[in-house]
Design a protein around this ligand. Structure first.
Ligand code: GDP
Length: 360
């Protein structure tokens, strides 16, 4: 699937850069253009391979918006023409979809990404998706509350929102901050493979997945998730059937970007590996298993021929918003918002019935 990427904010820029790099290093050519937009100049200066666009210079002078996502929204609204202008020539006619990438818990990305998606929808005919990073459980209340509002708005605006939970793809025991590098690397590989599936040049045949299957899976709208797992392939074909089943199960049950999201409206299973080793029977068996497990009648399946000694399974779910994990996150976000409001009123109350008089 040929895509144009626009990262908004710090996480958005870093993830976009990783994706563009992975796609170029692998020689896939699926990423057709990449731009990073931010109100913080130093964050843009740390990027090397993507083009950049500073916004809100008149309001925050390149210093960013802190965690103020309402300010992030305002700045994107004011400078939207500039951003759309810098996309000229980058969203080439070959892009089959646009992905707006952002951390949903911060300020610039959280507030700006939904606005950008809204405007892109007016300008471009191709689907506009969001790739959103959810704060981990241990990130503070401000992040949770920001992400709750941002998620609600971006789901309304985007054709689908692919969610990555910051708790999902880091190693046990690592702090979230220390794990950003690991997480970004995993996002780049997994989402990068998803973009590249359908772009395969070798082994083009009926069973090879193509980009319309990715687009059709995302047509369910709402929230999408992506799972991945891989194992060494064998020379024995019966063994490879078992491996295809194992990696497909792991991709959905333990390797997913949103833990515990297994109910979906649609799904796509891509088995990647050496075309000689991809077991037809294994792909079909795994696809049927995925139908049972997700409760979806719309489960597509296909191969992604790739030079590798491993067999990998990518599982894309569309319409996964009914998952318990999303309900739990939204509850956490609402609680964080209530907590913030309580704190604000507490401060006022503390001084309201004081016997001391105001100075003026
Ligand atoms: P912004 O620059 O104001 O948009 O704010 P950030 O992009 O820093 O957003 C903060 C949120 O994104 C928090 O939930 C962070 O945990 C997360 N975040 C920040 N940097 C990264 C990163 O490099 N990778 C990942 N996965 N998450 C990040």
């Amino acid at each position: 699937m040929k895509v144009a990427l626009i990262g908004v904010g710090q996480a958005g820029g870093k993830v976009t850069e990783r994706l563009a790099r992975f796609d170029a290093d692998m020689g896939f050519g699926a990423v057709r253009g990449a731009l990073a937009v931010n109100s913080a100049k130093p964050d843009l200066q740390s990027l090397q391979v993507v083009d950049t666009q500073l916004i809100g210079a008149d309001r925050v002078n390149g210093h960013g918006v802190g965690g103020d996502n309402e300010l992030g929204t305002e700045i994107m609204q004011s400078d939207i023409q500039q951003v759309l202008g810098s996309l000229d020539g980058r969203v080439t006619s070959s892009a089959e979809g646009i992905f707006v990438v952002a951390g949903l818990g911060g300020g610039t990305g959280s507030g700006g990404a939904p606005v950008l998606v809204h405007h892109l929808q007016q300008v471009y005919d191709v689907p506009v998706y969001a790739l959103g990073v959810l704060p981990g459980r241990n990130e503070g209340a401000l992040y949770q509350a920001n992400a709750g509002r941002s998620l609600k708005t971006i789901v309304r605006e985007a054709d689908a929102t692919l969610l990555i939970d910051n708790d999902a793809w880091h190693e046990q025991g690592e702090s979230v901050e220390g794990a950003f590098e690991t997480i970004n690397e995993k996002i780049a590989r997994r989402v990068g493979l998803l973009f590249a599936s359908g772009e395969a040049v070798e082994g083009v045949g009926e069973s090879v997945v193509d980009s319309s299957e990715v687009i059709n899976t995302l047509r369910s709208g709402g929230i999408a998730t992506l799972g991945y797992a891989s194992e060494i392939a064998s020379d024995d074909s019966a063994e490879n059937i078992r491996t295809a089943m194992t990696v497909s199960r792991q991709a959905l049950l333990t390797g997913t970007s949103l833990p515990d999201a297994t109910t979906a409206d649609s799904a796509l299973l891509v088995i990647a590996g050496d075309p000689e080793k991809i077991p037809r029977k294994g792909v079909e068996k795994s696809r049927r298993w995925l139908e049972d497990e997700t409760g979806s009648m719309q489960v597509r399946g296909g191969d992604f021929p790739l030079e590798s000694d491993r067999l990998g399974a990518l599982v894309l779910l569309g319409g996964a918003e009914r998952s318990a994990r999303i309900q739990e996150f939204m509850e956490r976000a609402r609680e964080a918002k209530r907590e913030q409001e309580r704190e604000e009123t507490d401060h006022v109350e503390q001084f309201s019935d004081d016997r001391l008089e105001n100075l003026f």
